[in-house]
Ligand binder design. Structure first.
Ligand SMILES: Nc1ncnc2c1ncn2[C@@H]1O[C@H](COP(=O)(O)OP(=O)(O)OP(=O)(O)O)[C@@H](O)[C@H]1O
Length: 256
């Protein structure tokens, strides 16, 4: 990783509108003696053009929080607003449509379709979604991610870093209000990880993309504008303009 302890974010911008809000989120799995409460009343706001990393020890509820925010999992109580819509009150059909039209997802495993080329994989979501995916925006994303020479390749013919860049391009094609990323660099070497994180950072700075990312990696978290720290299903700390050293120190304190 070429990055030093300097933090890559620019000067704090004026507050922008809230694009996602979690209100008193509680999530339990199972019932009776076997019940596990993964979230115990989590509240947070996410603003337009803000890059948030979610960190915490294993089992602290990071993925559960991301999945509840993104409408990929139901909540036990509490609400999640995307814009003005409480997605915990939507029917399954409306939620699926909202996720498709207004949210983007990048996962640790790239989730590309193996028989399709990079270009077909990128366009698939755009075609299924609201078709806001114009040619110019496609070109901008593909060129910023350096994917032009790979467009005709299938996933098996690409490196992990290239596959993840295709997944990021696919997620951004519909100009989502929020891009959710769950350990997006977990399967990448540090150089490919830095490329993906650098692009997410540029998408935030240049296009005011909102990004919410779960990560274990303090280097990845240092690309964000702020870090929310979860422990035992609660937000216990928050760090703004994080450096790698700051994040390490907080994690050591939490785990110690
Ligand atoms: N589908 C499920 N059924 C039952 N318990 C679950 C389920 N998913 C998560 N849990 C439990 O909820 C708690 C939080 O899990 P979660 O995966 O959100 O944590 P995490 O912080 O993302 O962990 P990790 O860093 O290890 O991925 C854990 O105790 C976990 O075992």
């Amino acid at each position: 990783m070429t990055q030093t302890t300097a933090s890559p974010h620019s000067a704090p911008a004026a507050p922008t509108e809230r694009v996602a809000v979690a209100i008193d989120l509680v999530k339990s799995y199972g019932s009776g003696d076997g019940a596990v409460t993964a979230l115990r009343g989590v509240a947070a706001e996410f603003r337009r053009g803000q890059f948030t990393a979610i960190m915490g020890p294993s089992g602290s509820g990071k993925s559960t929080f991301l999945h509840c925010l993104a409408g990929l999992d139901t909540v036990t109580s509490g609400s999640v607003l995307i814009g003005d819509v409480d997605i915990t009150r939507l029917s399954r059909t409306r939620l699926t449509k909202l996720r498709r039209d207004r949210l983007g997802f990048v996962f640790q495993s790239f989730n590309l379709l193996p028989m399709l080329t990079a270009e077909e994989n990128i366009r698939l979501t755009g075609r299924l979604a609201a078709r806001r995916a114009d040619r110019q925006w496609f070109d901008t994303i593909v060129d910023s991610l350096g994917l032009r020479p790979r467009l005709g390749h299938r996933p098996a013919e690409m490196s992990g870093g290239q596959q993840q860049r295709v997944a990021v391009a696919r997620a951004l094609l519909t100009r989502p209000e929020v891009l959710f990323a769950d350990e997006p660099t977990g399967n990448l070497d540090s150089r490919s990880g830095a490329e993906v994180l650098g692009f997410l950072r540029r998408a935030v700075d240049a296009y005011r993309q909102t990004v919410i990312m779960v990560t274990h990696d303090p280097v990845a978290a240092s690309y964000a504008d702020r870090v929310l720290f979860l422990a035992d299903g609660r937000i216990v700390d928050e760090l703004h303009a994080p450096t790698i050293d700051d994040v390490h120190a907080r994690m050591r304190r939490m785990e110690g």
